[in-house]
Design a protein around this ligand. Structure first.
Ligand code: FAD
Length: 318
């Protein structure tokens, strides 16, 4: 079923959904099941699986020279999605990015998903590689998520980029996209970011999942701004609990978001790892309760492999 059909049928109730990461290369599906088995009692209608493009590292050779090597640390997104659907009978949403794909490769990936009956995708641009200071599209690939959404929507209308196909089967993908309550870090301002967000919706996106945030007022203001701009698709809040004090500096650096002062103060006041975890968990519970009371379509938790904390939060909210 499509993610948006779940939202249409949920009669104002708020679902729980989860995002998981593929295991580091060399890992097993068992690691994924260890995360998901304890979460399935909360009946998530869909589970997102992130996509990790190849990146470059430098190895020092015996000669002293450096060797540039391409590695993919967490492959397996599509296989994991198929396996989740098979084991739990829920929908899985693979993340699909522009980075590292030509449009032909994207088309072939979408054909694979379609044949596997995976009809939901989260369409994203992806970030710069670690050694690059800005996102560089693959030659012959997409520059923005907007172009990826257009391609997926094109296939939904039977249009393939392979010019040899003039009567291609129509796919039926439900397309999710990313939104940023505190704006995407490259956008000059929130208005501009919402302008491009709307373009993605006009190109065929069906719903939005947000970047994590720790101040619900930022989310509510973002939803209001989207509605004022004419964006009428469901907006799903993305949530992650703080579990360690050092995340107060690492998360803003990586995800370009701010922490409310009350949370920062409470994290510094807490004595020891247990107390810090307690503060972060409680904060996320309170955020979740308020968002649920306001009728958001789903509370979408970024599990980051921390099943125990995720369980604690969802148990307290439901
Ligand atoms: P876009 O929508 O393309 O926007 C990128 C920037 O360009 C924005 O500043 C926007 O305002 C601007 N812009 C957009 N369109 C245009 C245009 N046509 N012309 C000019 N400017 C434009 N990354 C991964 O690699 N794998 C994942 O699995 C993954 N999952 C994610 C899940 C969620 C819920 C979120 C919020 C992010 C995720 N990311 C993931 C990170 C994401 O790839 C990065 O945040 C990336 O920098 C932007 O992706 P986007 O799809 O929002 O890009």
């Amino acid at each position: 079923m499509k993610v948006t059909d779940y939202f249409k049928n949920n009669q104002g109730e708020t679902f729980v959904s989860f995002e998981i990461l593929p295991p580091v290369k060399g890992g097993t599906m068992g690691q994924i099941f260890d995360i998901l088995d304890p979460l399935m009692e909360f009946k998530p209608p869909f589970i997102d699986v992130t996509y990790h493009r190849e990146d470059y590292i430098y190895n020092v050779k015996e000669s002293g020279y450096y060797e540039k090597v391409a590695i993919r640390k967490r492959p397996g997104t599509v296989g994991i999605c198929a396996s989740i659907m098979h084991r739990y009978g829920v929908d899985a949403v693979p993340h699909l990015i522009c980075g590292g794909f030509t449009v032909d490769e994207t088309e072939n990936a979408l054909i694979d998903l379609n044949f596997l009956n995976i009809n939901n995708v989260l369409a994203l641009r992806g970030d710069a590689r670690h050694l690059e200071d800005k996102f560089i599209p693959e030659p012959g690939g997409h520059k923005f998520a907007y172009d990826l959404v257009k391609q997926i929507q094109g296939m939904n209308e039977g249009k393939y980029v392979d010019s040899a196909i003039d009567d291609g089967a129509k796919t039926d993908f439900c397309i999710g996209i990313a939104g940023y309550p505190e704006k995407h870090f490259e956008a000059p301002n929130l208005e501009s970011d919402i302008y491009w967000l709307k373009k993605k919706v006009e190109a065929g996106a069906d719903y939005i999942v947000t970047q994590m945030f720790f101040d619900n007022d930022k989310f509510f203001a973002f939803v209001d701004a989207c509605r004022a701009a004419g964006i009428d698709v469901p907006i799903v809040p993305g949530l992650k609990p703080l579990t360690k004090r050092y995340q107060l500096t690492t998360i803003p650096r990586k995800f370009f978001i701010n922490f409310p002062e009350a949370l920062v103060k409470a994290m510094y006041k807490a004595k020891g790892p247990e107390a810090i975890l307690q503060v972060g968990t409680e904060w996320c519970i309170q955020q979740s309760k308020e968002l649920k009371a306001r009728g958001v379509p789903s509370l979408h938790y970024y599990t980051m492999g921390d099943v125990e904390t995720t369980r604690k939060i969802v148990e307290a909210v439901y």
